[in-house]
Ligand binder design. Structure first.
Ligand SMILES: NC(=O)CC[C@H](N)C(=O)O
Length: 200
């Protein structure tokens, strides 16, 4: 069974764990860096990216997370998690993990739309549209040449993939529709196959 970690420092942790279990994998709430070794893939949940960054520093997660990525292991960032993955943040000098070749703007859907649901199509995941829950959501203003744009809302990029990394502006764990989580687990499965080939 695939072992999927959910970074458990702050944010929507339990809902992601449930979505992972619904898709038939084991969900592990990650609270210390020692737990990273046993994982096949990792989810960075939504929450508040500044708070999350403070906790990542406090518990010395930054370098181990970058090492996890260097091993080629898949990471899925949702909302605040997407902000953590970005190489560039609008209006901020320093980004966080700097793993995905994207520029992200925080809180970009205006006041009246602080929290809303929308029906969006996601390439390779939900061509027929699915409900996406946006909560003080960021969006992607620039995507590098190796980044695949999977979804847009209101002309703005809200879901992307770059090789082993997947990111979205919304909260896929807050609806019953687990298709995006299932897509991520498929990425993890593919990574495992590649890893086994290299080892054998
Ligand atoms: N729902 C979310 O994760 C919101 C992200 C939040 N606005 C931030 O900047 O971190």
């Amino acid at each position: 069974m695939l072992k999927i970690g959910i970074l458990g420092l702050q944010g929507a942790i339990r809902e992601h764990a449930q979505a992972v279990k619904n898709c038939g994998a084991e969900a592990i709430e990650v609270k210390s860096i020692e737990q990273l070794d046993q994982l096949d893939g990792l989810i960075l949940p939504g929450g508040e990216s500044t708070t999350m960054r403070r906790l990542l520093d406090k518990y010395n997660f930054m370098d181990p997370l970058r090492a996890f990525a260097r091993e080629g292991k898949p990471i899925f960032g949702t909302c605040a998690g997407l902000i953590l993955l970005a190489k560039r943040l609008t209006g901020q000098e320093k980004a966080h993990l700097e793993l995905m070749d994207i520029t992200v703007e925080r809180n970009s859907f205006g006041r009246q739309k602080e929290s809303f649901e929308a029906e969006i199509a996601i390439a390779g995941v939900a061509e027929d549209k699915m409900t996406a829950v946006f909560i003080r959501a960021p969006h992607i203003t620039e995507a590098g040449e190796n980044v695949e744009v999977l979804a847009k809302y209101d002309g703005r990029i809200v879901a992307v993939r770059e090789g082993q990394f997947l990111g979205c502006s919304f909260h896929p764990e807050l609806t019953e529709d687990s298709r995006l989580t299932a897509y991520f687990l498929q990425m993890v499965e593919e990574y495992k196959m590649i890893e086994n080939k290299v080892c054998n």
